[in-house]
Design a protein around this ligand. Structure first.
Ligand code: P5A
Length: 446
């Protein structure tokens, strides 16, 4: 993309409404625009990152054997009356009526609808296990929407639902989700720590939240510092293997790590040596639940079991805060100049800064870099505006592309361009071909 043809409405001033750095940087970098409290338009660069995050989620869901569907945003109230949640959900649910006076709602989650799909089409235990998921907009009329996309009213969520014959099978689905989430977040450059949590309006006893540590997080968390040494890395897991998933779950959840809802001070002291006890704040980027037959009992979702008798299915649901993740990633990865995107989610792979737009040689060198990156399957953002170098650097630093190539007449005389790493600020002068090769090699890992 050439910046002169792009739509990147960066703000020079700090927006006064933003209380935390990720919200401020998303507004300043022209990624989102607020339309109502907690409701945003996604401008091109914000939308691009949203799509990147969404793609990672889809890829990791596919790897775990889960199947994508799409359910409607507006749902009839009847299914929710069957489960009892139409009344339970209270004011967080946005309700409306259609022209016939039928009660409708904007989906805050979709346990009821997916259970309805299941009961309509699945009748035998032989069709299990099954996990269906979607990535879809949700609405929760939060009392205090704030911090930009972090606590929106309209937000984008991956919600997945497993259907299993037995509790044992459903717990494997739970463990499988935990493993696939660890991998998903790591691909986004995040450490998200599974913590024992409270199940709230979704219900059930078994639940973990995934928290990214950040001072601006809304949850208070208590943990053994040893959990921050754990990393999923590039291990290959057989998602069908009960033992392998169980082993990962145990590795990542056996140390003390809880949100304030389930925190137990006595257990904290007993289980964690004093020098490893940490009290901090975290951003909840996902949550997994096992709730057994709560919805299948209420809604008559049974299958014919091996004994020929109707058996209610065991279920769980599993969510990732896709739009919230943009905020979480920025909270975890920025400096005073702007965002620092992890390679896995960056909107463009590399920025090209032309120090002397209009200079024949500099323009030609930039064009050829641009073409070479495109040919290698990467997306460059070329700042081809007639602007001062200082302004171009400030924009690149603000929008946070991990790698920048600076091209100017002086370097070109010596046959070199400058390759700069956004995270470390380190630069090196290299012939253009070598700079390209280096960037291509870095992204081969992402
Ligand atoms: C699991 C999927 C559920 O709703 N039902 C279907 C279960 N879980 S949850 O924890 O309530 O939400 C899942 C994730 O969505 C994000 N989230 C939000 N993001 C932005 N703004 C909000 N107001 C908001 N509410 C929830 C969180 O990341 C949460 O973990």
């Amino acid at each position: 993309m050439r910046l002169s043809r792009y739509f990147l409405p960066v703000l020079k001033e700090n927006p006064s409404e933003a209380q935390i750095v990720s919200h401020r940087l998303m507004l300043r970098a022209g990624m989102i625009k607020q339309q109502s409290a907690g409701i945003y338009s996604w401008l091109p660069m914000g939308f691009k990152v949203l799509r990147k995050i969404e793609n990672i989620v889809h890829e990791e869901q596919a790897r775990a054997g889960h199947i994508a569907i799409q359910m409607p945003i507006l749902q009839g109230a009847d299914l929710w009356r069957e489960s009892g949640r139409y009344d339970d959900y209270g004011q967080e649910m946005l309700r409306m009526q259609d022209r016939h006076g039928r009660d409708m709602l904007y989906t805050p989650t979709a346990e009821e609808m997916v259970t309805d799909i299941f009961r309509s089409h699945v009748s035998s235990y032989k069709d299990l296990p099954l996990t269906l998921y979607q990535i879809q907009w949700k609405f929760r009329d939060e009392i205090r929407p704030r911090f930009g996309v972090m606590r929106g009213r309209e937000f984008y969520m991956k919600d997945g639902y497993n259907f299993d014959l037995t509790k044992e099978d459903a717990l494997h689905a739970y463990n499988r989700h935990l493993v696939s989430y660890l991998r998903t977040y790591e691909r986004m450059g995040l450490q998200a720590i599974p913590m024992r949590a409270d199940s709230g309006p979704i219900g059930g006893d078994d639940t973990h939240e995934f928290l990214v540590l950040a001072d601006t997080g809304e949850s208070e968390v208590f943990y053994d510092s040893a959990v921050t040494d754990l990393s999923f890395g590039d291990r290959q897991i057989d998602y069908d293997s009960v033992e392998e998933c169980q082993a990962v779950l145990e590795e990542f959840t056996s140390k003390y790590a809880r949100t304030d809802e389930t925190h137990d001070e006595a257990a904290f002291h007993e289980r964690v040596p004093e020098d490893r006890r940490r009290v901090a704040r975290g951003i909840e980027v996902g949550q997994i639940f096992y709730f057994g037959t709560k919805y299948s009992d209420a809604m008559g979702a049974t299958v014919q079991g091996p004994d020929g008798k109707p058996t209610p299915v065991h279920m769980g649901s599993h969510g990732i805060g896709v739009s919230r993740l943009l905020g979480a990633i920025i909270e975890a990865s920025h400096d005073d100049k702007g965002i620092i995107w992890p390679e896995g989610v960056t909107p463009f792979h590399v920025g090209i800064v032309n120090l002397k737009q209009g200079d024949g040689e500099a323009d030609a060198a930039c064009d050829s870099l641009y073409k070479a990156f495109e040919a290698a399957g990467l997306e460059p953002l070329y700042d081809d505006r007639k602007e001062r170098a200082g302004g171009k650097f400030a924009t690149m630093d603000l929008i946070g592309l991990p790698w920048r190539i600076t091209v100017g007449p002086r370097g070109l005389k010596n046959g070199v361009v400058e390759l700069t790493c956004r995270r470390t600020g380190e630069s090196e002068e290299l012939p253009p071909e070598q700079a390209i090769a280096k960037v291509v090699e870095i992204y081969a890992k992402h």
